[in-house]
Design a protein around this ligand. Structure first.
Ligand SMILES: [Mg+2]
Length: 264
């Protein structure tokens, strides 16, 4: 019983610390990360598991059309299939085509709304901006949230260059860059540290509440609704899962390829 109380107290303290850290400048977060706070969190594996493996992504989903929340798996892609696909020209073409389409939508919006001051882009993180293939390459076994969490807490996922370049370009045009990820709040410090390491400039980071068990599609649509209610116009929403795009509150949705896993 005493152990439970101590653990609960420790978790509460860590969560409180996390919230405080989120209020200070990203540079301070980076310093905190450097001092080893990541390892303190790594001792506390917990969080939301909304990655399902193995499963199939649906790379041919029509951009801008809300997808069904549940998608069945026709083939059952696993790590090796997903990793192999990510090495093919088709993957790169599909990725580049979606990013190019996103850029075209931004340009068209700016032409139609030259004085817009509230234009925003919503971007997912994992397999959209952050590349987790080093993790999948290493584990060579079925996905587990605990293993993936250890990787995330290393904060060393590289950028997917096409997305990073697009977001940088868009921000230079005056778009607010707002990240919307299914990663839980207890990963905020390490996620921010990863973005700082990767030299990613952005304007907002929305994460899932630690106890939020809703499907990503529902959680993400609600956040986009909230963002638009604050006055932003979401011009483009990009993500590697249909659940990133479902539910509206964006003028355009761009589906990036991912056959590593499926997020409901
Ligand atoms: Mg993703």
């Amino acid at each position: 019983m005493l152990t439970i109380v101590v653990v609960l107290y420790r978790e509460k303290a860590l969560r409180s610390l996390n919230k405080k850290l989120n209020l200070v400048l990203p540079a301070l977060v980076a310093v905190a990360f450097g001092l080893g706070l990541n390892s303190a969190y790594a001792d506390e594996p917990k969080g939301q598991h909304d990655l399902v493996q193995p499963a199939a992504s649906h790379p041919n989903a029509k951009p801008g059309v809300p997808a069904p929340v549940k998608v069945s798996s026709p083939g059952g892609y696993g790590h090796s299939e997903g990793l192999e696909y990510a090495k093919t020209p088709e993957y790169k073409q599909e990725f580049d085509k979606a990013i190019q389409s996103a850029k075209v939508h931004c340009v068209d919006f700016m032409k139609a709304n030259p004085n817009s001051l509230n234009k925003a882009i919503i971007s997912d993180l994992d397999e959209t901006l952050l590349d987790n293939r080093p993790y999948f390459q290493d584990v060579k076994k079925d996905f587990t949230w605990a293993d993936f969490e250890k990787w995330v807490f290393k904060a060393k996922a590289p950028n997917l260059p096409a997305t990073a370049e697009f977001l940088k370009w868009a921000r230079d045009q005056g778009f607010a860059i707002i990240f919307l990820t299914g990663r839980p709040e207890n990963m905020r410090v390490v996620t921010t540290a990863n973005l700082i390491k990767n030299k990613v400039a952005y304007d907002g980071l929305y994460m899932r509440g630690d106890d939020d068990k809703r499907p990503a599609s529902k959680f993400k649509a609600e956040v986009r609704k909230k963002i638009e209610s604050m006055g932003y116009k979401i011009v483009v929403n990009i993500g590697d899962q249909e659940s990133d795009l479902a539910g509206g509150f964006a003028l355009d949705g761009e589906k990036l390829p991912n056959k590593l896993y499926f997020v409901q």
